[in-house]
Ligand binder design. Structure first.
Ligand SMILES: CC(C)(COP(=O)(O)OP(=O)(O)OC[C@H]1O[C@@H](n2cnc3c(N)ncnc32)[C@H](O)[C@@H]1OP(=O)(O)O)[C@@H](O)C(=O)NCCC(=O)NCCS
Length: 406
């Protein structure tokens, strides 16, 4: 018989034991700063642990973030710090923790969607998470990088600032950019601190962070980049711009950095950079899954975003992991959006995982249908739904692999 390991929220006096379990599982050395960082970052009451007697043998946390989704901004439960001690693997502890998180969110009326970055891509599909956004890992040979003649660079200027000067300007630009960037999340003080961490561990053999800020002729700050130099390589960490001229000017600045042979950047799948280059092949990319989204409650989640075209569709949703979601929904999108239970005949049959994948407007329902993961029950339903769910741009999370920690 499988042993059971009770789950409960950790207490403040268990933080040390919990953090040691996390570092052991993640293959890191224990260090005091790690505990302080973890203790500062987790939200009280939102970390659960699995216990074998008194010992903490697994854990999973939620950070409450606010994410831009197509046409709206919505709370999202950022799933993180998921771990099970190597001594307790394959006994169902992860499964139990995933079920508890989603059940608690459902019962408390918490965030309508959950999202995470997967350490391994085989883990979370079984829990109803779908690949909702990807990241384009760009590697460029700097000799080949050049902007197309006639690129509009505007009349702004770029200044190198120290982190203290740069910080408030970064925050202002980021907060404007994130409101229209699907996949971007709000960044409060502690998340900025984490994003701009610059100790020995964060540098990983590179220099301290360098901050370049773009200012319009009128004095308005309209973009920034921060990056590190590594031996012969510029590691671009984040670029944000509120005008196309600022975006182009910041890339010109990066391209012009001498004494570096290569450049790396984790960008959007439809990163405009490619279209600015005379040689689009100069920015070689490999695309890999980034945000995985899970609908906690199908009706609340589907009503929390907007759609690209009007839609009047009945969905038959299957969901064995979160059975409260199973059933038929009438999704109606026009000037407003409603999603309600119905008995009407369905146009599409799919699981919550396909809806999670399509939620940010990146992965298309048409592609999922072509893979046999969405079943069309009424002719034309796939095309109509696919167009309506699709966003204008590819979703992108600017903090790369670190969601929801930045
Ligand atoms: C990934 C991890 C949390 C799994 O925990 P666990 O308690 O052993 O998982 P469960 O026993 O609940 O397994 C559930 C299912 O997932 C599968 N599974 C678990 N870990 C897996 C992995 N790494 N790759 C593929 N499948 C995995 C199991 O085989 C099981 O499948 P089954 O139901 O078909 O038998 C654990 O291995 C771990 O802590 N790994 C290191 C840290 C890590 O990767 N964390 C995830 C961060 S995003």
């Amino acid at each position: 018989m499988t042993a059971t390991y009770p789950l409960r929220t950790i207490r403040a006096d268990e933080l040390d034991a919990w953090a040691r379990m996390i570092t052991t599982t993640y293959g890191q050395d224990w260090y005091e700063g790690g505990l302080r960082n973890a203790a500062d970052s987790i939200e009280p009451g939102r970390t659960i642990a699995a216990y074998d007697g008194e010992e903490i043998v697994g854990g999973a946390s939620i950070y409450g973030r606010v994410m831009t989704v197509p046409g709206a901004v919505t709370p999202v439960a950022g799933i993180t710090l998921v771990a099970v001690l190597p001594t307790h693997r394959r006994r169902g502890i992860l499964t139990a923790m995933m079920r508890k998180q989603l059940t608690d969110l459902h019962e408390s009326g918490g965030e309508p969607i959950a999202a995470l970055n997967a350490a391994e891509a085989t883990i979370y599909g079984r829990f109803g998470y779908g690949v909702a956004s990807c990241v384009a890992e760009i590697q460029a040979d700097k000799k080949l990088l050049a902007l197309r003649p006639g690129t509009d660079l505007g009349d702004g200027t770029i200044r190198l600032l120290d982190r203290r000067q740069a910080r408030p300007l970064l925050e202002k630009v980021y907060d404007t950019a994130r409101r229209t960037g699907v996949g971007w999340v709000d960044r409060t003080e502690k998340f900025w601190e984490a994003r701009l961490a610059d100790g020995e561990r964060a540098r990983d053999g590179g220099t301290a962070l360098r901050f370049a800020v773009h200012t319009e002729p009128g004095g308005e700050v309209s973009g920034y980049v921060f990056y590190r130099s590594k031996p012969r390589l510029v590691q671009v960490i984040e670029v944000a711009a509120t005008t196309r001229q600022s975006y182009a000017a910041l890339w010109r600045y990066l391209i012009d950095l001498d004494a570096h042979a290569g450049l790396t950047y984790d960008g959007a799948v439809d990163e405009p950079l490619k279209h600015l280059l005379t040689d689009p092949r100069a920015a070689r990319t490999s695309v890999i899954d980034n945000l995985w989204v899970r609908l906690v409650d199908v009706d609340r989640a589907l009503a929390a975003r907007r759609y690209s075209t009007p839609l009047d569709l009945v969905l038959e949703v299957q969901d064995t992991f979160c059975p409260w979601n199973a059933g038929r929904y009438h999704l109606w999108a026009g000037d407003s959006v409603t999603c309600e239970r119905t008995q009407a005949r369905p146009g599409l049959r799919l699981t919550s995982a396909e809806l999670g994948a399509a939620y940010l407007g990146g992965t298309t329902l048409a592609a999922l249908a072509a893979a046999g993961r969405v079943e069309e029950l009424r002719p034309g339903a796939v095309t109509a739904a696919s167009l309506a769910f699709r966003g204008e741009r590819e979703p992108f999370h600017p903090s790369g692999w670190a969601f929801p920690a930045f």
